[in-house]
Design a protein around this ligand. Sequence first.
Ligand code: ZN
Length: 315
Amino acid sequence: MSSVLISEVGPRDGLQNCKAIMPTAEKKRWIAALAEAGVTEIEIGSFVSPKLLPQMADTGEILDFAVTIPGLTVAVLVPNLKGAERAIAGGAHKITLPMSVSETHSLRNIRRTHDQVIEEATAITELIGQTPEGKRPHFEGSLSTAFGCTLEGPVPDAVILRCAERLMAAGCDEVGLSDTTGYGDPASVKRLIRAVRAVVGAENLTGVHLHNTRGLGLANALAAYEEGITTFDGSLGGLGGCPTAPGASGNVVTEDMVFMFEAMGISTGIDLRKLMATREIVTTALPEEELYGFTPRAGLPLGYKGEPVRAAAAH
Ligand code: ZN
């Protein structure tokens, strides 16, 4: 049976886009419940300035907690060397450095040019080299706004490929493709995966981070799967939304993505009922936040992995 890795990014990408701040104790409960549901990789937060993102101010404490959960790969987003130092000191298993292929967005988002991002990547690689073996995190460079930028529009392939090459040359273990703006479509997803893999090698691009801004999240995930991608970021309830597109969810809804793969016979290792039950923790902690997802609303189909088919028919 084939399988995929679903990486839950709700505690980072979801929560950082919420107006309200989820209390630390509730974040811990949620992360523990996700792991209990069979989620084996969670991006638990980011080490950014608490002035810019107060939602992420407790990432240090969340990291300390998350690394105690057996079998969980704990991922952290880091915008620079400083963030990487904290992530590595806290024992993160995976760190992701975002590099906006749109330099305008990069300057606006993390106030760095491409050259400066590459300098950070190089410094992070050096730091990892100085870290004792066994405590070295997997280092991913994430190509954000890869399918288009709200400031620049489409970014030329040549620029994207150059960024991918430079991140690998700077010492990243792999690059990822991020549809930060939800501009991607199944054809562009396939095309860009092929183009980037031709430059960095197929083994160095295994994950995608897709948004559902225009409703194409699942279609794009399936397109990526067909190209051989094995790691898919998702956010519980599509948490986070999109500030510029009311009613549009943020990341691909994890529950719907798990349903799609499982229904196709592709294992995610996740217990969908338990996963959906964790929505309760989020809605209780953040009552103002809208959660998305078709599967949680419709329920599981009769006969889905032990759903009781006969129960209804007996009466
Ligand atoms: Zn995102």
